[in-house]
Write a protein that binds this ligand. Sequence first.
Ligand code: TEU
Ligand code: CA
Length: 572
Amino acid sequence: MMGDYESRGAFRSSSFYLRSKRAKILFDMELKYFQSRVVYQIYPRSFCDSNGDGIGDIPGIISKLDYLHQLGVGIIWLSPVYATENHDFGYDVTDYKAINPEYGTMEDMDNLIAEAMKRGIRIVMDLVVNHTSDKHQWFLESKKPESKYHNYYYWRKGRKNNTRPPNNWTSNFGGPAWKFDKDVGEWYLHLFAEGQPDLDWHNPEVMEEVEDILRFWLNRGVYGFRCDVINEIWKETLDDGKHQPFGFLVGKEHYLSKNGNHEILRRLYDDVFSKYDCMTVGECGYVNYESANRFTDHELDMVFSFDHMYLDRRFAPVFKKKYDPAKMKQVLVGWQKNLDWNTLFFENHDQIRSLGRYTSLKYKDLGAKMLATVLMTLRGTPFIYQGEEFGMVDYPMFTPDQYVDIVDKYVYKTAKKLIRIEKVARRLVHNMNRDNARIPVQWNSSVSAGFSSSKSTWLPVHPNYKECNAAKADADPKSILNYYRAIIKMRNADPILIAGSFKEIAAPKQILAFERAFNGESEKVFINLSEKEVELGFNLASYGQKILLSNYEDASLTEKATLRPYEAIILK
Ligand code: TEU
Ligand code: CA
């Protein structure tokens, strides 16, 4: 078995694209590795537990590499595996060069990189450098005003005789963005949790430290970084922020996507990224086309923009707007037209699951396959989040004692204070719950869904695991999983879907329709984003003779002028 994978892995990463003439052209275009591959995001705590402590770990990930290879992914993005205090499960790093002992050792990590490589899969790490943990050595040292580390963070005297925070900014996670430290007699800035003090990127030593961390991992064979909240790292001033609805992100105009932010990333690119065969993708909340274009011009390779995630909850967590498929189309098409190379994703570890959010669960399988088709046919790099590939859905409803995530707990507490109605508070948390996507991956129908040999897991297993799990999906040729496998396989070998240009095709507002063209050939994609049957106003046959793939098995082109609920068709 292994030998087989080994050679296939090598085959994939070198001569794979030289097999046909068309493919040779692709190769000549010097597409980067990440442009022709699908990324799979792993949240290590919830992926697979190898030693029965109820917590996912690196050996667990290694044990699933064959599964990922079979799925057809070429890159894994690992949510943080660094040493952490677990205030925010790895997004509060205590040591950037050490592995969280709950997840394994540095040797395990090296093993993971090597074993993945054998299967033609590269590993991308999370880079969390807007902030560290409050237990990071730098922060502990920074509490001494005479230490050089004092200037690694934003330590300031407060207003009103030091009794009030230095400015009115609010934390992304709610409440003031400053915390007073009695021993120091000063306040420190935290755009996220109190246990996540912000690094001061005005200090050139911070840049040097981060460059050193980047080289450390790149030299170990890591393929790149997903850069956490990377468009917030540069605070241009510490002036008061404008009033914002519900006090949400007060101060953002002083730190979102500022000029200095670009200068920093350009510097990291020049000094480090440009020297390696690597990929970088930046998490950029509230980013617009113009900044996104700048972020991807010799700074980062790609950005995650979130416009499609804001469609149903603009002012999270306060409102839940009704989801409108026509708006989804507008957002997706807008980004396709305005940015050359997009990230394509519907899920991650911060979001509720896409099924039931962007599709009706009444059509679970069709909806999931429809979303898969969007991900794999638009121009850009597709990202799948663990479990998405076989249709995992949100936990039914957590009880407050089950909340583990710091944001969920905060929202619940605040909602209780403001609204006082238990049911409403729980519903609010449910609408934006981050624990949802972090429940254990459902591998099979055994104890704890095969995630762990232990009955008790760090977050509960979804009660639907006997119906919805990877093993069952594997065995069913019509499953969501097997659709993912088929469409990824198709994309991996199709220069048009990988490198082709994007052109919108005029169609009704719920129908995402476009042409991908490459080297004189084209494919056309028609996707009904809605659960209603839609009249197209034209015959599909006028756009192509052959159906390459559809989520409806009986799809045909004869007199085809409507798309059924969530129907997706790739035509040639
Ligand atoms: O998230 C940034 C962020 O602010 C949002 O994704 C937020 O978590 C969500 O909208 C809450 O409603 C990144 C990481 O992805 C997240 O897991 C971390 O908690 C956060 O940064 C801090 O590092
Ligand atoms: Ca474990």
